[in-house]
Design a binder for this molecule. Structure first.
Ligand code: SF4
Ligand code: SF4
Length: 332
């Protein structure tokens, strides 16, 4: 597919879908709705804010209630999330696992067409990122993938929806990739296993967590931009009419003090929490990504996109911290 055909394809997609794609917003690249397909930027730069909000909205109504009646109307538009780099495709693949049994996510995913590309991020913040090779596609979940070749693209499909939409567009020269599961034949990622093992040697008393706990200001920005941070709160919001209201789900951050509140009597006027201080909170975040998720689903809760480092107001750098974790020694 050449660039001219690509713009035509974007316009074709826009006829029946809302299309979100990377576009410039000042100095940043962001994924926003496409109004003019010529503004779409396909580059090796990872957009600052990820695609996550289009699959897991920052705030969504799960259902409305009116006395004993429940309205569970799941209503999501047909959408295309266009121009994801391979780290973001890995993040989609992980979210698909995590929300496998979630009807809201599944409905949104059914109505979403995911289009990735092969340009490999090169900036200093990134890590875990491999050179693009065709065989890696069979372990990623996507609908259409554009592998850059000179000025053109080799087109792959990863789903029947991807094939159908290309057929409807009249583009026949694509190759289909059969999804072979998200774990490679040789087993889970070796780097992830090393970090997992090193993390299990540490504790809240490790110097790394204490040091990070002194500088982190618990703003939660890292969790908001992370494409694979998926924790959420569920709140019931009553409306003025008695017996009516709605249940909402909204993004949460384990850096916020109320995240770990649990039932029980207050101590010194405070509700009991299972995370007592910043050092424990930041440790919990890393533990979730490199211990609990790998143990549960054999995937790291981090795809190495570097967004958290880029937005952290106090300069906490996950790449450097992983290097330290791999060397960490327990304090006696
Ligand atoms: S680098 Fe940071 S933002 Fe990116 S996936 Fe890992 S934890 Fe999330
Ligand atoms: S962005 Fe930085 S300061 Fe803010 S919560 Fe994350 S690690 Fe802490």
């Amino acid at each position: 597919m050449n660039r001219k055909e690509l713009y035509k394809f974007l316009e074709f997609l826009s006829q029946q879908h809302i299309v979100y794609a990377p576009q410039k917003d000042g100095a940043n690249l962001v994924i926003e709705e496409v109004i003019d397909s010529h503004n779409v930027v396909l580059s090796s730069e990872i957009p600052l804010h990820s695609f996550k909000k289009y699959l897991v909205p920052a705030k969504e109504t799960l259902f409305k209630f009116d006395k004993d009646k429940i309205d569970e109307g799941i209503n999501s538009p047909n959408q295309v999330i266009f121009g994801l780099t391979t780290p973001d495709l890995k993040a989609v693949t992980l979210l698909n696992q995590v929300f496998k049994k979630d009807p809201y996510y599944q409905e949104r995913k059914k109505k979403s067409l995911i289009v990735g590309h092969s340009l490999v991020p090169k900036q200093k913040y990134h890590f875990f990122i491999e050179k693009f090779e065709e065989h890696t596609l069979e372990h990623l979940e996507f609908d259409i993938f554009l592998a850059v070749k000179g000025q053109n693209f080799i087109v792959y499909t990863g789903s029947e929806d991807g094939q159908r939409i290309l057929d409807d567009f009249g583009y026949k020269t694509y190759e289909h990739i059969q999804f072979a599961g998200y774990i490679k034949e040789e087993g889970p990622d070796e780097q992830m296993l090393k970090i997992n093992e090193a993390m299990k040697q540490g504790s809240y008393m490790d110097k790394l967590w204490q040091d990070l706990g002194k500088i982190c200001i618990e703003c939660g920005k890292c969790t908001m931009v992370c494409p694979v941070c998926f924790c959420f709160d569920v709140v019931d919001q009553a409306s003025a009419e008695p017996g009516t209201g709605e249940r909402k789900r909204c993004w949460a951050s384990c850096f916020y003090t109320d995240f770990s509140e649990i039932a029980g009597p207050k101590t010194f006027g405070e509700k009991p929490k299972f995370l007592q201080n910043t050092a424990q909170r930041i440790h919990f975040w890393y533990e979730h990504k490199f211990v609990r998720l790998p143990d549960e689903i054999k995937l790291a809760g981090c795809v190495g996109c570097g967004r958290c480092t880029k937005v952290c107001p106090v300069g906490i750098d996950i790449k450097k911290n992983i290097q330290k974790i791999l060397k960490v020694k327990r304090i006696k």
